[in-house]
Write a protein that binds this ligand. Structure first.
Ligand SMILES: Cc1cc2nc3c(=O)[nH]c(=O)nc-3n(C[C@H](O)[C@H](O)[C@H](O)COP(=O)(O)OP(=O)(O)OC[C@H]3O[C@@H](n4cnc5c(N)ncnc54)[C@H](O)[C@@H]3O)c2cc1C
Length: 291
């Protein structure tokens, strides 16, 4: 197996083109390296982009926040820009892995791995993020996050593309957000069910509702039908209960070693009830919680 370490983005893109599909990109390596031990088909080369410092940044750009592909989860957790401008992502990142993992794990690696339980995708869905992909000689391609995932470990990325950055439109400062991660332990756990909420409310009416789940479908999902049930409606206990009941039809989990399909469906409803109560029915500056 070859080991390639390009010194700049241009040569990384050229190498991706040359080795199309035969080289595996390595960012933090927290997925790639353990996977190498178990995969029956080894890649021909590892293309280590971890030294491309230009891809490691968090910048405010007018009404957007730009996060470089190699920004680590630890850097996201220690960023004031993320804490203030994308607090739902901040809280999700706090719950990813452990400090050692967070120090190496990157945002692009988390998205490109495309686990149904990936912790950054769920908040990025409610933030309407865009994934920016580059290929040698091409223009940057902007992929809305709700179209990025095709299934477990599958994305819209082409074999010669590299994620350059993730762009988040800044949300209304009045919006309330929450992230819940239900795992088998309180830390170092892959989600059994995760939920991100972003709500804008005015005088008891829901102006905007964005709701996303992890680990209840082949990819992280938005539940648009539940959002439609809430938007422009007066928020009552009856409506809340109707949403929690209806969400069972919107999620499509599997049974695996962590939980049964039935438990996940039930927990999708339980977490939604908890999240909506916290954000809607209790006044005050609700922020985020974890299950
Ligand atoms: C002990 C442990 C605990 C973990 N806990 C969690 C957890 O709680 N929640 C969670 O979501 N994940 C968890 N993970 C998984 C992992 O840490 C994350 O998915 C991490 O963000 C991956 O980032 P990375 O930089 O290490 O990716 P890598 O392993 O380097 O790469 C992952 C995939 O992304 C591709 N890739 C990387 N960078 C790019 C790029 N710029 N463009 C295109 N493709 C790219 C690689 O080719 C590879 O296919 C855990 C892992 C371990 C080992």
């Amino acid at each position: 197996m070859d080991y390639l370490q390009p010194q700049n983005l241009k040569s990384a893109l050229q190498l991706m083109q040359r080795w199309k599909g035969r080289a595996v990109l390595v960012a933090g390596g927290t997925n790639v390296v353990p996977d190498l031990r178990v995969t029956p088909v080894q890649p021909k080369a590892l293309l280590d982009i971890s030294c491309l410092k230009s891809l490691s940044c968090i910048k405010e750009d007018g009404k957007k926040i730009r996060i470089g592909a190699l920004t680590t989860i630890s850097e996201l957790v220690s960023s004031e820009v993320i804490r203030k401008g994308a607090s739902v992502l901040f809280h999700a990142c706090q719950q990813l892995g452990n400090p050692l993992v967070r120090n190496r794990a990157t945002i692009a690696g988390n998205l490109a791995d495309a686990s149904p339980a990936t912790d950054t995708a769920v908040p990025l869905l409610v933030l309407n993020a865009q994934v920016i992909a580059l290929r040698n000689g091409g223009k940057p391609r902007s992929i809305p996050i709700d179209q990025f995932f095709l299934g477990p470990n599958q994305t819209l990325l082409k074999k010669d593309e590299i994620i350059k950055e993730v762009i988040i439109p800044k949300s209304n400062p009045q919006a309330k957000t929450a992230y819940f991660k239900l795992g088998l332990r309180n830390s170092m756990a892959i989600s059994v069910v995760s939920l991100a909420l972003l709500m804008e409310m005015e005088k008891g009416f829901c102006k905007k509702a964005r709701i996303a789940y992890g680990a209840v479908a082949p990819s992280p999902i938005r539940v648009y039908r539940i959002e439609e049930m809430l938007e422009n409606q007066k928020l009552t206990e009856d409506l809340l209960e109707a949403c929690c009941e209806a969400v069972g039809k919107e999620v499509h989990p599997i049974s695996d070693i962590r939980a049964s399909k039935e438990y996940r469906i039930e927990m999708a409803s339980v977490l939604l009830r908890r999240g909506l109560r916290e954000l809607i029915l209790k006044p005050g500056d609700a922020e985020t919680s974890s299950a």
